[in-house]
Design a protein. Structure first.
Length: 468
């Protein structure tokens, strides 16, 4: 059979499976449907954040314990959603519960720095080889403040961003996050004029309404894994560029790893042009290795941003790096916040990083990750599914494209229909996953071999059903 006919056949199968499994999911989740009706009266889309929405309604959770979660219908799942990559400690971990309980008894909030916040800052500096750090409340705040610091430190205003990367929801970074395929061919010159396919950089495509148009002039877009494109932009406009913000491992289009030598080349180019290199490790930090991508690849940025897993489930963000760059916050660059470093977060984060996410824990995560990705690979091969599995410690995913991805454009090649069918299939078999194919699984320290085997079994059945 030709590749085209094979793809058409698989896609048609996926549509059938998707329709059937969605219907079954709706039957199983009537309590979520009822809560949605109530929620949608007060919360747009019935949720607290657009990323929590789903069509026709989201599955609302009631509780979590260890590696499992229960929805409002009382259905139990093994959790691989992991709160979008936060729950590497799992749910209700006794050490985290006790840390939060103790903190609550001693005063939940002061807006005054406490000793645990200092200890957390020390641990963040040790783990990620930072000289100075500030604790904030989310990944968005971390990247927003890091960009402010970079602009203040360099006296420059333009920021370079990678096509297809997500760095939170502040204005500077809400460009070219998920640009539609039909605008991708469009390029512009480095001075911002529209150009034909020979233009220098990718067009800066707005991602959100409500961002002033003028902001597009401050964000230039380059592709991932392409040091030559970066070199070209820097050679033309390097002296206007404050920072390059990038995920060292792209983790909002499945997972895209940097090609050998790419991060080193990026590091050299930024140093040569006096551009502050910011690694956004909101997803990779404390998940792919104890010291995140910084440790995994041995490339040190000037600033790095963290959130998610570093708080043990509590609301957190942090950013830091070179002392001489961070120093601008003592000389006129605004960096502040009422809840920064509050005692609940500080204690939860400290205990997560020093008592739960220990070297043994990372060994456990690596073992489980290899077992999960290995099991998925076997099912993919046996059923000749056009997909591949990526395994990076606590993080991993299946992307529905045979070859690994190099950049955002490769992500658009993935067969989204196969993912759409897999999601309700897995949920109906008690595997809780994120509803979007841009996300990936998160394994926690409380997951077991049995949990992993449950995923592999459900996934293998899906592959064989697809293959028909
Ligand atoms: C790489 C990256 N940076 C920043 C953010 C924003 O973090 P938050 O949702 O905590 O604001 C996210 C969120 O998913 C992310 O994946």
């Amino acid at each position: 059979m030709s590749i085209d006919t094979d793809t058409e056949r698989l896609t048609a199968r996926a549509r059938e499976i998707s329709a059937r499994e969605h219907e079954r999911l709706l039957e199983r989740t009537r309590g979520s449907a009822r809560l949605y009706e109530r929620a949608a009266r007060v919360l747009p889309l019935g949720v607290a954040s657009n990323f929590q929405a789903n069509d026709p309604y989201p599955i609302y959770l009631d509780r979590g314990l260890g590696s499992h979660v229960w929805d409002v219908d009382g259905k139990e799942y093994v959790d691989y959603h992991g709160g979008f990559g936060v729950n590497v400690v799992g749910h209700a971990h006794p050490k985290i519960v006790s840390a939060i309980e103790q903190a609550a008894r001693r005063g939940i909030h002061f807006a005054v720095t406490t000793e645990p916040a200092v200890a957390l800052a020390e641990e963040l500096c040790r783990r990620f080889r930072l000289e100075r750090v500030r604790i904030v409340n989310s990944g968005t705040e971390a990247t927003m403040d890091a960009i402010r610091v970079a602009r203040a430190a360099t006296g420059r205003e333009i920021v370079l961003k990678i096509e297809g990367s997500y760095h939170g929801h502040h204005d500077t970074v809400l460009f070219s996050v998920v640009p539609e395929a039909d605008v991708l061919g469009l390029r512009q010159t480095t001075s911002g004029e529209a150009a034909d396919s020979a233009g220098d950089v990718y067009r800066t495509i707005p991602t959100s309404k409500g961002v002033p148009k003028v902001m597009a002039e401050y964000t230039l877009i380059v592709p991932f894994n392409d040091a030559a494109a970066l070199e070209h932009v820097l050679s033309e406009r390097g002296d206007e560029i404050a920072a390059l913000i990038m995920e060292p491992i792209m983790m909002n289009i499945g997972i895209v790893v940097p090609q050998p030598g790419y991060l080193e080349a990026v590091r050299d180019l930024c140093s040569k042009h006096g551009v502050v290199l910011i690694f956004d490790e909101v997803k990779s930090g404390a998940t792919v290795a104890p010291g995140g991508a910084i440790e995994l690849y041995g490339v040190q940025p000037d600033l790095a941003c963290f959130a998610k897993a570093i708080g043990g489930g509590a609301t957190i963000g942090a950013f830091g790096g070179r002392a001489d760059v961070m120093d601008v916050v003592t000389r006129g660059a605004a960096q502040q916040g009422t809840f920064n470093g509050n005692p609940l977060t500080a204690r939860a984060g400290l205990v997560a990083l020093t008592e739960v996410l220990t070297p043994d824990a990372y060994e456990h995560l690596a073992k489980l990750g290899a077992r999960l990705a290995g099991g998925c690979r076997t099912a993919i091969e046996e059923n000749r599914i056009p997909a591949h599995a990526v395994d990076l410690g606590a993080k991993g995913c299946v992307s529905y494209r045979p070859q690994p991805l190099q950049n955002y454009r490769d992500f658009l090649d993935c067969n989204a229909e196969l993912f759409t069918a897999s999601w309700p299939w897995l949920l109906n078999r008690s595997i809780f996953m994120t509803p979007g194919d841009e996300e990936q699984w998160t394994i926690g320290v409380q997951h077991t071999d049995e949990d992993v085997d449950r995923y592999v079994e459900a996934f293998a059945e899906f592959c064989s059903e697809l293959e028909g």
